[in-house]
Design a protein around this ligand. Structure first.
Ligand code: C2E
Ligand code: MG
Ligand code: MG
Ligand code: MG
Length: 286
C-alpha cells in the first residue's frame, strides 16, 4: 500500500488526486459556461415500429457544441459530473428543452413524443417530481404523454424503493418511463415486478452480437419474454442493419432504434428525415 512505499509515493498519490480534482473543477466551470452561453444542444434519434414503419417517437441525446472542440458527445463529459449537482442543472435544461421542442414541432404540424435520459442523482433528488410538474405545466396544452423518461436499469435498482416511488408519481402525472440499457444492470425479477415503468430498452451490445453469438441472442429472446410476462413494452437499441431488424421482428420485438433506422440528428433535420422515412419503399418491406 501507499505507506509501505514511503513518503515519496504518498506525495505522488496526493498530486495525482489534486490533478484530477483540478480537472474536475475546470470541467465544472466549462459546463457552467456552456449552460450560460447556450452551447448545449439536443439531437434526436427516431424510434420506429420496424414492421409497420410507424414512427414511435424520438430520443433526445445531449451534445456540447464547444467553440474550440466542436460537437462533444455526452460520454466525454456526463460520466465525470454524474455525482455532482451540476448534472441536475444540466438534466433540467434537457427536460425544459425537450418540452419546448415538442411544442415547437407541434406548432409546425409534427406530433411526436420525446424521451429524455435521466441520471440517478436527478431522479432521486427531492424536488425532481415537483420540478417536472412545474415544467410540464409551464407549457399550457402540453400533453405529458408526449414526454418519456429513460432511466438506466442500474440507476433504478440502486434505490429501488425510492425509484419506484418517484416513477409512480411520474406515472400519475401521465409521464411514462423506460429502463435503458436493459440486461446490463442486474435487476432481479422481484425488483422488475415492482418498477412502474412501461418499456424495457434492450441494450445495444446484445443486438450487436445477436447474430454471431448464441448467448446474446438468448438474452434478447429472454428480455422479450420477460417483457411479455411482466407486461412491459420492449424496444431494441443499436439496430444498425436490416438483418438485425428482421431478426428482432421475428423474435417478437417490433420497436427499434439505431443507426440503420436513423442517426441522432439536430431538431432542424427531423422533418426531412420523416419525409424520407415515410417515402422509402421499405425498411423490412414495410
Ligand atoms: P443511451 O441513452 O443508451 O443512448 C444510446 C446511445 O447509443 C447514444 O449515444 C446513441 O447515439 C448511440 N446509438 C444509437 N444507435 C446506435 C447504433 O445503431 N449503433 C451504435 N454503435 N450506437 C448507437 P450518445 O448520444 O453518445 O449517448 C451516450 C449515452 O449518454 C446515452 O446512452 C445516455 O446514457 C447518455 N446521455 C445522452 N444524453 C443524455 C442526457 O441528456 N442526460 C443523461 N443523463 N444522459 C445522457
Ligand atoms: Mg437512453
Ligand atoms: Mg441505452
Ligand atoms: Mg447507453
Amino acid at each position: 500500500d501507499a505507506k509501505r512505499n514511503g513518503r515519496g509515493r504518498l506525495i505522488w498519490f496526493d498530486s495525482e488526486k489534486d490533478r484530477s480534482e483540478n480537472a474536475l473543477s475546470q470541467l465544472l466551470k466549462q459546463i457552467e459556461n456552456a449552460l450560460d452561453n447556450d452551447e448545449l444542444v439536443l439531437h434526436f434519434q427516431p424510434k420506429v415500429n420496424m414492421q409497420t414503419g410507424d414512427v414511435l417517437g424520438f430520443e433526445a441525446l445531449l451534445r456540447w457544441q464547444d467553440p474550440n472542440r466542436g460537437l462533444v458527445p455526452p460520454g466525454e463529459f456526463l460520466p465525470h459530473i454524474e455525482n455532482h449537482p451540476i448534472s441536475i442543472t444540466v438534466g433540467n435544461w434537457v427536460i425544459q428543452t425537450a418540452i419546448a421542442q415538442i411544442e415547437r414541432w407541434k406548432s409546425e404540424g409534427i406530433r411526436t413524443s420525446v424521451s429524455v435520459n435521466i441520471n440517478s442523482l436527478q431522479l432521486l433528488a427531492p424536488n425532481f417530481v415537483p420540478l417536472l410538474e412545474e415544467q410540464i405545466h409551464s407549457h399550457s396544452g402540453f400533453d405529458p404523454a408526449d414526454l418519456e423518461l429513460e432511466i438506466l436499469e442500474s440507476a433504478a435498482i440502486n434505490d429501488i424503493q425510492l425509484a419506484s416511488n418517484v416513477l409512480e408519481q411520474c406515472r400519475a402525472l401521465g409521464i411514462r418511463a423506460s429502463l435503458d440499457d436493459f440486461g446490463t444492470g442486474y435487476a432481479s425479477l422481484n425488483y422488475l415486478k415492482q418498477l412502474p415503468a412501461e418499456t424495457l430498452k434492450i441494450d445495444q451490445c446484445f443486438v450487436r452480437d445477436m447474430q454471431r453469438e448464441a448467448g446474446s441472442k438468448a438474452i434478447v429472446r429472454g428480455i422479450i419474454g420477460l417483457a411479455d410476462a411482466f407486461g412491459f413494452q420492449v424496444i431494441a437499441e443499436g439496430v444498425e442493419t436490416e438483418e438485425q431488424g428482421k431478426e428482432l421482428v421475428a423474435l417478437g420485438c417490433l420497436a427499434g432504434q439505431g443507426f440503420g433506422i436513423g442517426r441522432p440528428m439536430p431538431a432542424a433535420q427531423v422533418r426531412e428525415w420523416l419525409a424520407g422515412w415515410h417515402s422509402a419503399q421499405s425498411w423490412l418491406d414495410k
